[in-house]
Design a protein around this ligand. Sequence first.
Ligand code: NAI
Length: 335
Amino acid sequence: MSHTITLIPGDGIGPEVTESVLRIFKAAGLDIEWDRQDAGLIAFQRYNQSLPASLIESVHRNKVALKGPVTTPIAEGFTSVNVGLRKALDLYANLRPVRNLPGVPSRFENVDLFIVRENTEDLYSGLEHEIIPGVVESLKIITERASTRIAQFAFEHARAYGRKRVTAIHKANIMKLGDGLFLECARTTARDYTDIRYDERIVDAVCMHLVMHPERFDVLLLPNLYGDIVSDLCAGLVGGLGVVPGANIGTDCSVFEAVHGSAPDIAGQDLANPIALLLSALLMLEHLGERQRAERIRAALERVLTTTTIRTRDLGGEATTTEFTDAICREIEKA
Ligand code: NAI
């Protein structure tokens, strides 16, 4: 089957890890036409826009995009491309499967959980203002519509993947109205899914439980900010940011991207670990109905990790991004 997919290489290590995925897909014989689009600083320099309209049109047209990380300037400059993209395309659900990869050492074994993070509101509304000098207000927006929609996504996903339990995470003891509404929507939704257990945890307590017994969790349902923080914590449980994939799902289009950022400290040095973007790209293939090809590539990756010592520096190895990519391509071609 042939596909046309929007490709947003991003910046920092983005172009290096996307190039790796493209080479691996080519080795696997995938027939994909990549519609390349600029975002972030590169787009800002070229078009004076960090999120050009042509990029949004491309994703609307192709329905699916693969995206590398994009740097967000801190406290000045353009607003986050990632937040802008999620809003423009209404990518309301952020999905992050967190599980151990064979051959990747980590603090825990048997971690196999899904993080479902609301992607459009909460403190990411970007509504901030200075009331008087020295006093700033940042608005946390929680709506019934967005909270119900993400709760339904979490339960549907749990059902589709045979999962047993959804845990809603909150701080409703303090934010009684905002997080209270999020919880109320999760509880109401849970009543329609009697085949799946539902429970609730306070966000600080769940962080402690996650770093002690992550294997006890199944599907975690979180508002935007807690989801952002807890998903990086969970990445640390299975080997770090370099091995966890992600997907931003909307009603019309989906954007697949790694959890990690643009890693400016190692950009341009051929040191980046491409696994997270590769696993995100495999989620994308499954989404496109290419499950067999995704399995073949995953098997090649796992063979490299279990039968060789070739891995990038973040995983304790010596290999460059290029050498690690070569090893996966060789395994695909051998099979
Ligand atoms: P980061 O994820 O870029 O880096 C954190 C640490 O992990 C660094 O030491 C980095 O070298 C390492 N690392 C990350 N990915 C790696 C990989 N694939 N292979 C090997 N090592 C890796 O997080 P940081 O430094 O907080 O953010 C840098 C920039 O990225 C910021 O401008 C941030 O806004 C942006 N960012 C973009 C995201 C996106 O486009 N989806 C997501 C997160 C951050």
